[in-house]
Design a protein around this ligand. Structure first.
Ligand code: FAD
Ligand code: NAI
Length: 465
């Protein structure tokens, strides 16, 4: 009889966990995955990446029709919002994709253990009252919304909501206040602004989108303002009270000072996410958390407890689905004795607004701290495809080491920046110089030519400005 029930037991079926489970099974390891949600796919497929993109895509069409952009192309329509159908297509996308993971589990013979998992010891996990043993346990429990002290979220009521509630609002709020000008606030704020809400974003810091390149953050602020979002930067929310279907927020300058109030029909709390570790029984296996509540691992994703591994949002690094997925593949390979590596220096990040905002590698500020750099920039206004498509906003910026010319970071604001950034990530993964990109033939007319021209601007001159 086998010593353990499973070679690998993964806790959590988000992009980290389900990918780890499938890869482990593909390699030939006997694998189970515990998930307490009714459907597989984690935050990303159920209440994150996928439903938010479904609403962003649909609302973009609505705005193109309502805001006159389509009329400018010679297509005259007067749109009528059918929010139920819009929500319906969102739910369909989620259903199909989460069902797809269930199919992949069956295809790869991954057992889905339905229920909440917790450790009894490092090789024994209880799920729904039943114990399972495994030679290796992968913690992929993800993250959930960081609460704002004193502010109660009630997604069912639909007045003070988190990202999950903001995806499902039953009507367009007249006034929406977003607390936190990060990725969620700007994506979901954009959805409801496009559908007719007056949106105010309250951000504690002096710019939106912390962690991104300084120039990109500034330009993003200008673009969102131009689109009609009101931005209250360097401002903190000190309280939210709800009466019936209305909320009143008290705001104060971040540095302290006179307070003001704002009323809203809906308030989105999006001030970050925190790792899910509660109730896992980590104390039983002697695993402690770092000061940010995360599980620390080595480069191989092994924790300090033998046989216990961790990946995704629950460990340090950007809280992104593709980062979790790559770690899922790597951890399975490492468990099998192969070499699974994730290059954490080259993880692209994309904000799916219009225009999209994307970056990979170092910001200009961080690169400067590291040594001498050269920077090349190219405006989308001078890119023929963006110009033809009436998408003049944004730019591409390529940051390279002054001496070696190796690319250290690439930042884009462009309608299809999320697609464009893949090229930059590939170039950086291969250790490309800006000259390598500049001398690579790019198809014409594409938005990606702006990356080539920004690379040309690093050491010489682009052609089109
Ligand atoms: P999760 O996806 O959080 O999955 C963890 C799973 O573990 C959950 O299903 C949970 O139910 C389960 N679980 C937890 N504890 C237990 C337990 N004890 N027993 C059993 N099961 C358990 N990222 C992007 O890259 N692109 C995007 O466009 C994007 N959009 C987003 C939009 C929103 C609104 C949000 C909230 C997030 C978005 N993200 C996006 C982030 C992305 O969703 C996460 O980075 C990603 O889901 C992390 O994957 P994970 O596998 O680590 O964890
Ligand atoms: P975030 O970290 O991106 O942004 C939170 C913002 O809230 C920050 O700008 C922060 O300064 C601000 N803030 C914090 N406390 C505040 C307060 N009291 N008052 C006002 N502002 C305050 O977090 P967000 O937007 O909640 O998203 C969580 C994570 O989900 C992101 O870090 C990202 O990794 C992931 N995500 C990724 C997406 C993508 O890849 N397109 C889309 C959505 C989420």
């Amino acid at each position: 009889m086998a010593e353990y029930d499973y070679d690998v037991l993964v806790i959590g079926a988000g992009p980290g966990g389900y990918v780890a489970a499938i890869r482990a099974a593909q390699i030939g390891l006997k694998t189970a995955c515990a998930e307490s949600r009714e459907t597989l796919g984690g935050t990303c497929l159920n209440v994150g990446c996928i439903p938010s993109k479904a609403m962003l895509h649909a609302s973009e069409y609505f705005e193109a029709a309502a805001g006159g952009a389509m009329a400018k192309l010679g297509i005259k329509v007067t749109p009528e919002l059918d929010l139920d159908t819009m929500h319906g297509q969102r739910k369909d996308a989620v259903k199909q994709l989460t069902g797809g993971i269930e199919f992949l589990f069956r295809k790869n013979k991954v057992d889905w253990l339905k229920g909440r998992a917790s450790f009894e010891d490092a090789h024994t996990v209880t799920v729904a009252g039943k114990s399972y043993t495994a030679k290796n346990v992968v913690i992929a429990t993800g993250s959930s919304v960081t609460p704002l002290p004193g502010v109660e979220i009630d997604n069912a009521k639909g007045v003070v909501v988190d990202s999950t509630g903001a995806l499902e609002l039953a009507s367009v709020p007249k006034k929406l206040v977003v607390i936190g000008g990060g990725v969620i606030g700007l994506e979901l704020g954009s959805v409801w602004r496009r559908l007719g809400a007056e949106v105010t974003v309250v951000e504690f810091l002096d710019q939106l989108l912390p962690g991104m390149d300084g120039e990109v953050r500034k330009e993003a602020g200008r673009i969102f303002k131009k689109q009609g979002m009101e931005l209250k930067l360097s401002t903190k929310v000190t309280g939210v009270s709800v009466k019936g279907k209305k909320a009143t927020l008290t705001l104060e300058p971040a540095a302290g000072g006179e307070s003001e109030t704002l009323t809203a029909d809906a308030v989105l709390v999006s001030i970050g996410r925190r790792p899910n570790t509660e109730g896992l029984g980590l104390d039983k296996i002697g695993l402690t958390l770092n000061p940010r509540g995360q599980i620390e691992t080595g480069h191989d994703f092994a924790t300090k407890v033998d046989g216990v591994w961790a990946i995704g949002d629950v460990i340090p690094g950007p809280m992104l689905a593709h980062k979790a997925e790559d770690e899922g593949i790597a951890v399975a390979e490492n468990i099998a004795g192969l070499t699974g590596i994730v290059n954490h220096d080259v993880i692209p990040g994309v904000v799916y607004t219009m225009p999209e905002i994307a970056g990979v590698g170092l910001t200009e500020e961080a690169a400067k701290e590291r040594g001498a750099i050269k920077v090349g920039k190219f405006p989308m206004l001078a890119n023929s495809r963006a110009k033809t498509n009436h998408e003049p906003e944004g730019f591409v910026k390529v940051i390279a080491d002054a001496e070696s010319d190796r690319v250290l970071g690439v930042w884009c604001i462009a309608s299809v920046a999320g697609t464009m950034i893949a090229e930059a990530a590939l170039a950086m993964e291969f250790g490309a110089t800006s000259e390598d990109i500049a001398y690579t033939c790019h198809a014409h007319p594409t938005h990606s030519e702006a990356i080539k021209e920004a690379a040309m601007a690093v050491t010489g001159k682009p052609i089109h400005i």
